[in-house]
Design a protein around this ligand. Structure first.
Ligand SMILES: CC(C)(COP(=O)(O)OP(=O)(O)OC[C@H]1O[C@@H](n2cnc3c(N)ncnc32)[C@H](O)[C@@H]1OP(=O)(O)O)[C@@H](O)C(=O)NCCC(=O)NCCS
Length: 187
């Protein structure tokens, strides 16, 4: 056990609530800009800003998103530090049922086992809804996230493309047939 993972009990995961909207947007924008700088061009990256992100999460809560997917947040002492959103897959042609749509941590929370904890929560939520196997799509150039998913035993099964503003970017799919053990059980 390393010292980072020893602190893991300081973080808890729960379903997101409507009053988390501002915190979710802060994490989304900070994580997005940190992860995609150098991959997504600045003029496209600029579209991801706080007010747009707030509208998006409001749309989730007030547009019935909760009946379609499970949005979990990870909290530490300072509040919400990350989130994972999972539900029915948009890539059923891959032979999967579920999908982790988004997994974002605030840059200050990287490297402490929080990503593992959130991915576990997302896969457990999918398992509970009989939505395994599950897929996650990641930008091909997002190498740190790809190393993370590979470490989490995700198996690369497909490649594709995604349009972001005026850019067409390569993406890669990783699949999980089973849920991950909850992190504390492995320590
Ligand atoms: C990708 C992300 C979720 C990983 O979360 P994290 O909390 O930093 O990762 P963890 O600390 O839980 O790491 C879990 C394991 O993966 C490994 N790992 C994590 N990032 C890694 C990297 N870049 N290279 C190699 N291994 C890595 C860790 O060493 C750890 O292994 P261990 O269990 O043997 O100690 C997080 O960095 C993030 O939010 N990044 C920005 C947003 C993003 O790219 N999201 C994915 C979009 S699809």
């Amino acid at each position: 056990m390393d010292s980072g993972h020893a602190e893991l009990s300081a973080y808890s995961v729960r379903l997101a609530r409507p009053n988390d909207v501002a915190a979710l947007a802060r994490v989304h924008v900070a994580s997005w800009h940190h992860a995609y700088r150098g991959i997504i061009a600045p003029h496209n990256l600029a579209h991801t800003n706080f007010s747009r992100s707030v509208s998006r999460f409001r749309g989730y809560f007030w547009g019935g998103g909760q009946s379609l997917s499970a949005l979990h947040v990870l909290e530490g002492e300072g509040g919400v530090l990350g989130y994972v959103n999972s539900g029915l897959s948009n890539s059923r042609e891959l032979g999967v049922r579920g999908e982790v749509y988004e997994l974002y941590l605030h840059p200050d929370a990287h490297g402490r086992g929080c990503g593992r904890k959130l991915l576990s929560a997302g896969l457990w939520a999918l398992s509970g809804r009989r939505l395994l196997p599950a897929v996650v799509w990641v930008l091909a150039e997002n190498h740190p996230a790809r190393r993370f998913y590979e470490r989490m035993r995700g198996r690369e099964i497909a490649q594709g493309e995604v349009t972001t503003g005026d850019q067409v970017l390569a993406k890669v799919a990783y699949v999980w047939v089973d849920y991950l053990p909850w992190p504390e059980w492995t320590l």
